[in-house]
Design a protein around this ligand. Structure first.
Ligand code: F6R
Length: 240
């Protein structure tokens, strides 16, 4: 895993945007794997600016998002579909039909998940996956456990993740307790992966990711088996 340590959040956003932009420049019909959460917001803003300036074109790009709360309607302002539209898709020239976010109201969640994996395969696989990381090491909603799921699946959120995500909701009881999420193999199948981490709350988990062993108790550590992963973090998250 290559590690890029940046001065601050803005520099992390710039580094990440450069990598995504170069992917799209080199492969105009690139398939991007995208994340929500607060960390990639700055990167999405820069990508929208680059698109506006004519530096990058999303016309033929496809995207697949890591996860969605369950149950959750797409037009709820807490949904990940809403987040992606607000933070990126509404500001770039991507064809909205080429953007894929799991349906948080799917009647048959298992089928929704299997269809999602199939759609990724049919699109030729993910060229570049963008990830954030939870304070407990989760990537997408693959939570620390004694085992991890390979494929896209429905999962329960841990107390730690519910607490961390409560900041986006009026009260903690409103945070959904389940989600649909890509699995570890779905993520590792991506050709390239960048993982972003900023702020001192990520210090412990980033230290464990860099120096610790591969363990299902830190799902992000599974990334160490992938041959092309770049961790982009700020100084606060990187504790030598
Ligand atoms: C979001 C996702 C989550 C976040 C993680 C970090 O799609 O899959 O794993 O990446 O919870 O969130 P932030 O960036 O808010 O710290």
């Amino acid at each position: 895993m290559r590690v890029i340590v940046c001065e601050n959040y803005d520099e992390v956003s710039k580094e990440a945007a450069k990598i995504v932009a170069s992917e799209v420049i080199l492969k105009p019909n690139a398939v991007l794997g995208l994340a929500t959460g607060s960390t990639p917001v700055g990167m999405y803003k820069l990508l929208a600016e680059m698109n506006k300036n004519g530096e990058i074109d999303f016309k033929d790009v496809k995207s697949f998002n890591l996860d969605e709360y369950y149950p959750m309607s797409a037009d709820n302002d807490q949904s990940y579909r809403y987040f992606m539209n607000e933070n990126l898709f509404n500001h770039i020239n991507i064809d909205i039909n080429n953007t894929h976010v799991l349906n948080g109201l799917a009647k048959d969640p298992e089928k929704e998940c299997a269809d999602f994996d199939k759609m990724i395969d049919e699109a030729g696989g993910i060229d570049l996956q963008v990830l954030g990381i939870g304070q407990n090491g989760h990537i997408a909603f693959n939570e620390p456990d004694s085992f991890l799921y390979a494929n896209t699946h429905i999962t329960d959120l841990t107390e730690s993740t519910i607490n961390a995500n409560a900041r986006f909701f009026e009260k903690i009881e409103d945070v959904p307790t389940q989600a649909l999420t890509m699995g570890i193999a779905s993520i590792l199948k991506a050709k390239r992966i960048i993982i972003l981490a900023t702020g001192s709350s990520k210090k412990e988990v980033i230290n464990d990711l860099i120096n610790g062993e591969i363990s299902t108790n830190n799902p992000a550590s599974m990334l160490k088996v992938h041959k092309d992963v770049i961790l982009i973090c700020d100084k606060e998250a990187y504790d030598k």
